[in-house]
Design a protein around this ligand. Structure first.
Ligand code: ATP
Length: 259
């Protein structure tokens, strides 16, 4: 059974006098421990799909099965428990967190809210989480706005793994980072996937990054699936017009070195 399976996913927004389908009958599945990338031009519906999967936005139609449950019909404590297993990392952690909060506070929240560790245990758990993402425990008292962008994204990943998720949605999570920092964060994500068997829904406009980390790739165009398949096969030989255009517009793909 797939970890996540969506089908017929549809979300319309009002525009002018009518409506626009930001997401229009999209279907895909993610298996445990795998990375599925979503790519497509700006406005093709990538972020809307992320928000629908996370239930931050309600779809107009479609089904979302997560860990065998109908995710749309869950409520109350069942939804809370399932939410712990489905985490997210966005492009800009400064927008996602209170910039004045300390690193310790950002990591304490999920441990407390989901009842994962007692008050006395939590500092130790926070130190272990920081260590797991390659940061020192001395970062705990620092404010989010005081640390570097790469450190902030590591804190965001530490927060995401605090609840032992089976799936993390990453929406342009490495796009704002410079190339060397990006490479190290991608290595961390791959290492976490190998050791914890976490699956990723990896949204990126950068096919070089997608090729480096994704097992499978779904290319979107105007809210619909244009093509999908093995990530390297799709990038190496795109079948859709939009796939060919995206590959042609990605000069870094022509290099032999990994991003
Ligand atoms: N809250 C909203 N209200 C109205 N229209 C929206 C809303 N959110 C998204 N849209 C529209 O839905 C379409 C898909 O947007 P979405 O942000 O999902 O695309 P995207 O592929 O993530 O784009 P980008 O790469 O630029 O982030 C766009 O036409 C966008 O203008």
């Amino acid at each position: 059974m797939s970890l996540l399976a969506v089908s017929g996913l549809t979300k319309r927004y009002r525009r002018g006098g009518g409506t626009v389908a930001a997401v229009d009958g999209v279907a895909f599945a993610i298996e445990p421990g795998e990375t599925l990338a979503l790519a497509g031009p700006s406005g093709s519906g990538k972020s809307t799909i992320a928000r629908l999967v996370l239930r931050l936005t309600e779809p107009d139609a479609g089904t979302i099965q997560f860990e065998g449950a109908d995710f749309r019909s869950l409520g109350g404590s069942a939804l809370r428990a399932r939410r712990a297993r489905l985490q997210m990392v966005f492009q800009d952690p400064l927008a996602a967190f209170n910039p004045r909060a300390t690193v310790a506070r950002v990591l304490d929240d999920p441990l407390r809210i989901h009842g994962i560790a007692s008050r006395t245990e939590r500092p130790r758990r926070i130190a272990a989480l920081l260590e797991r993402v390659g940061l020192g425990a001395d970062l705990a008292p620092r404010a989010i706005h005081e640390i570097s962008g790469g450190q902030r994204q590591r804190v965001a990943i530490a927060r995401a793994i605090a609840t032992r998720p089976s799936l993390i949605v990453l929406d342009e999570a490495v796009s704002a980072l410079d190339v060397s920092v990006r490479g190290r964060i991608l290595d961390l994500l791959l290492d976490l996937q190998a050791t914890e068997r976490i699956a990723y829904l990896f949204i990126s406009h950068d096919l070089g990054v997608v090729r480096a980390v994704a097992h499978r790739l779904v290319i979107l165009d105007a809210g619909r699936v244009a093509e999908s398949g093995d990530a390297r096969a799709v990038i190496g030989n795109p079948q859709s017009a939009i796939g060919r255009a995206l590959v042609a517009a990605a000069p870094r793909l022509n290099r032999t070195t990994a991003p």
